[in-house]
Design a protein around this ligand. Structure first.
Ligand code: MN
Length: 728
């Protein structure tokens, strides 16, 4: 932002026009109208930001207007939120105070603006502790008034839409933060459309080339898709018309980011992302009570015409997802033999899917809202009421909840509880009630006796068994997955836990000193990853309790393994995050660069660099869990990197293969590897059982593309079930 001369008349008219467009959306909504207040907020914000411009050169006020437009249009909120959105940067960027806002616009709007001002610094601050504290602030304000975080989402979305005017290093930082915190949070809040756009925009700035490539491929196939859509939808329309339903059918294309993620996860080319086209049927029932029935009527009409894929029916009508999403999804075989996903929703479900929380309120019927979303907010409130000593711990604990995908578990009386995937019997007991957790001795899962550590699956019916004589153990912490159970157990053992933690930390420090090593962030992350602890204190605790044998640490972690030869022949384009040297490429040498042992990236992999304590660049795969942790805790020391200068040298990679043990299969595979691809093998390990063979082959390969081609060719052999690179 910089000060400039007065705005021109043309600009003034444009600002006016943008505001009126926003006002128009608001006046056409179902909200109670408070036009005067909205106009006042606009006038106040415009005067406050007068003469200030954004980096892109446009008048600053256009930003608050854009945020208010998203708030009104895409999230569907009312005048309080619209005013707060218009005023959201006033306290932060001008001389006005929260008291000024309160005097003019009342307590509620002032509180929201105050919340937004408090969390205006990025979630990833300069130091790990500061960013964790910022994140905690975000959650605190969110639990006080959910509108704070909804407006924050709108603010972030507009900043992402206008990110192009930022310098490259800043783009990467903001995009990374968006990907890491805001998109999952938007998903959790049920803001599906916003989540998708945030992901796509982050992807665009993190991988501009791939984004371009995939977007143009999607555009190229547009015509074919439209033809297919017409051909596919026509019979469905006829059928639905004959049923006398009021509905609309839309074609939907997968987002670029979700196409890319699928290609990465499944290691497949663009052509094989099969459900590129999705169809959405949105109907308006005469009576809201008939919603569910009509969903299944439409399902039946569609599957009369097209054959459904048996594994791809998702019934989120009977059991909504934890973020409130409701719909019936089915994937069917289209007329040209391709799979098409059909999403069936009522208008109400559609609103909820698009606008999340705000729509929930709109359709709220009873006085008591016990939606999954409300319950989730309640768990955040619980966590905040029971704070841990350390903000970073809190962030780690909370993130567990944010990213976990969910399962549904039933109580004996048939109530449904949503739990994160991987939850155990003990988690479930704590989710029901703290006392139940403390006294839990096991459970009957689907009427069979199971221990505390038993991992639950979706659909399980669980009856918790308790005993007053039960006394909890500190090791229970390793048996639970949910943040709630972890913090409850930790509280029970605070004293004992603390003393072992201190003991372990001292022992580790003494050991490091003896070996002349520093406790670097990288070393700590590798150890935590290895021993499966989520927090450094848990690691110290395990060392203190001698659950981790301290003697084995030097062998496992201290010695840096010899570098592969290929490093000399490859180089990385690294983008500096240093503000003074925006976009500068850094020259790295063998001495200043090394690959991380945790994920062993190879040239062509999607990578990032972490700058360690000695100023060395450590290359990690982007999806590497250690890198994820470093990214969240040391955001400023992560830099983007791209491979360049390809040389034909080889280095090891391992693939796993699985298939039917038919005659000649193995010799065919080995033939493909050594003759067709001329690739050397260093190790083969195969086992055969019940006509299925399974095993691993370690090869010397050139790059990812070679490896992918090889995998595809092996997969073509009759009887092969799967071929995958083993991610380390
Ligand atoms: Mn802003």
């Amino acid at each position: 932002m910089e000060q400039t001369l007065q705005n021109t008349a043309e600009e003034k008219a444009f600002v006016e026009k943008q505001f009126n467009a926003m006002l128009d959306i608001y006046l056409h909504s179902n909200h109670r109208k408070n036009e005067e207040l909205v106009r006042e907020a606009f006038a106040f914000a415009r005067a406050a930001h007068q003469g200030v411009r954004r980096r892109s050169g446009e008048p600053y006020i256009l930003h608050p207007i854009a945020v208010a437009t998203i708030v009104a249009d895409e999230i569907g909120l009312g005048s309080t939120s619209i005013c707060a959105a218009l005023l959201h940067d006033v306290v932060e960027d001008t001389d006005y105070t929260v008291e000024d806002i309160e005097m003019r616009f009342g307590k509620k709007i002032a509180q929201i603006v105050d919340g937004l001002t408090k969390i205006s610094g990025g979630v990833f601050g300069e130091q790990a502790s500061k960013q964790a504290e910022n994140f905690r602030k975000l959650l605190l304000t969110m639990s006080e008034d959910i509108r704070v975080v909804l407006i924050k989402m709108a603010d972030r979305l507009h900043n992402m839409r206008t990110l192009a005017s930022m310098p490259k290093a800043k783009q990467l930082k903001i995009a990374g933060e968006t990907q890491y915190i805001y998109a999952p949070l938007a998903n959790r809040l049920g803001l599906y459309a916003i989540k998708t756009e945030l992901e796509d925009l982050s992807f665009k700035y993190e991988h501009p080339d791939k984004y371009e490539e995939l977007s143009s491929r999607v555009a190229e196939t547009k015509e074919d898709r439209e033809k297919l859509f017409t051909m596919f939808a026509k019979p469905i329309s006829e059928k639905l018309d004959s049923l006398g339903l009021k509905y609309e059918i839309h074609a939907r294309v997968k987002s670029v980011y979700s196409i890319w993620r699928k290609m990465q996860n499944k290691n497949i080319p663009f052509e094989e992302v099969f459900d590129l086209l999705a169809l959405r049927i949105v109907f308006t029932p005469e009576d809201i009570k008939d919603e569910k029935k009509i969903c299944w009527e439409i399902y039946s009409a569609v599957t009369d015409l097209y054959k459904p894929h048996p594994d791809r029916i998702r019934d989120w009508v009977s059991t909504p997802r934890a973020n409130g999403y409701e719909a019936l999804h089915v994937t069917v075989m289209g007329p040209l033999g391709q799979w098409v996903e059909v999403q069936i929703r009522s208008q109400r479900m559609n609103d909820i899917a698009e606008k999340g929380f705000a729509a929930h309120w709109k359709y709220k019927t009873g006085e008591q809202d016990d939606s999954e979303l409300e319950k989730w907010l309640q768990t955040i409130k619980d966590l905040l009421e029971n704070p841990e000593q350390n903000a970073i711990d809190f962030l780690d604990t909370f993130k567990l909840n944010l990213f976990a995908s969910e399962i549904f578990v039933f109580t004996p009386s048939g109530d449904i509880k949503t739990m994160p995937q991987g939850s155990t019997v003990l988690d479930f007991a704590f989710a029901l009630h703290t006392d139940m957790g403390v006294q839990c001795i096991g459970a009957k899962v689907n009427h069979r006796l199971q221990p505390l550590s038993y991992v639950l699956s979706s659909g399980d019916q669980v009856e918790i068994l308790t005993s007053k004589k039960q006394s909890p153990l500190a090791t229970w912490i390793d048996m639970v997955k949910t943040a709630k159970a972890k913090s409850k157990i930790r509280n029970l053992f605070k004293k004992e836990y603390k003393s072992y933690t201190i003991k372990g930390e001292n022992e580790l420090k003494a050991l490091l000193k003896k070996h002349g090593q520093d406790l670097s962030a990288d070393l700590l992350s590798r150890m935590m990853e290895h021993y499966g602890t989520e927090k450094d204190e848990d690691l110290y605790y395990k060392i203190g309790k001698a659950e981790v044998k301290i003697d084995e640490l030097p062998k496992l972690f201290f010695k840096e393994k010899a570098q592969s030869r290929w490093m000399r022949f490859w180089s990385l384009n690294i983008f500096s995050s240093n503000k003074k040297t925006d976009d500068a490429e850094i020259q790295v040498t063998d001495e200043t660069l090394r690959t991380a042992e945790c994920c062993s990236p190879i040239p062509g992999d999607d990578v990032i660099c972490f700058i360690d304590e000695d100023g060395k660049y450590v290359v990690h795969k982007r999806q590497c869990p250690v890198a994820m942790r470093l990214k969240s805790n040391y955001g400023d020391r992560i830099v983007s990197a791209v491979w360049k200068n390809e040389e034909r040298l080889s280095y090891p990679a391992t693939i796993s293969i699985k298939g039917m043990d038919e005659k000649g299969v193995l010799s065919k595979i080995l033939d493909i590897i050594s003759n067709e691809h001329s690739i050397n093998m260093s190790k083969i390990n195969l086992e055969t059982k019940d006509n299925i063979f399974e095993g691993e082959i370690t090869l010397y390969i050139h790059d990812v593309e070679d490896l992918n081609n090889l995998c595809l060719n092996i997969l073509k052999v009759n009887g092969m079930k799967s071929v995958q690179r083993i991610e380390k």
